[in-house]
Design a binder for this molecule. Sequence first.
Ligand SMILES: [Zn+2]
Ligand SMILES: [Zn+2]
Length: 148
Amino acid sequence: MAKISDSVCLNHPDTPAVTRCATCGKPVCQICVVRKNGSDYCSQVCAANAEKSAGRVNTVMESKKRASSRNGIRTLIVLIVLAALAAAAWYFYSSNKDDVDKFVKKTEKELGTKIRKNAAETRKSIEQGIPTGSKYKANREETVNSGM
Ligand SMILES: [Zn+2]
Ligand SMILES: [Zn+2]
């Protein structure tokens, strides 16, 4: 009998095993088997160990659940902070509306002046850099006239 440990009980070498321990895998007979939560175990120790590890799994799952709810709370806090910032900005704007408007108008005016100035300078530099169309046209007309 090569597979004796597979076919007979761990505690009773003459009794055929009916099942294997869910924790350690040892074969056990009908007398020795410990049934707990729908699983078979060779001893109370293995049953207790299985329960303990199941408890660990539950703990891990619960801590994961806790972590995700913590993330939710963090997101909520971020949203609240953003809302508070927006409210503060709005409050600042409405209580200093005239100043803010003045500042915005001043900035717009300054920017507008700067842009107009830039455009004028750009136009000037283009006019200076490139020979004017009329001069080019005059040269062309001269050539055409002399050719005729
Ligand atoms: Zn066992
Ligand atoms: Zn047994």
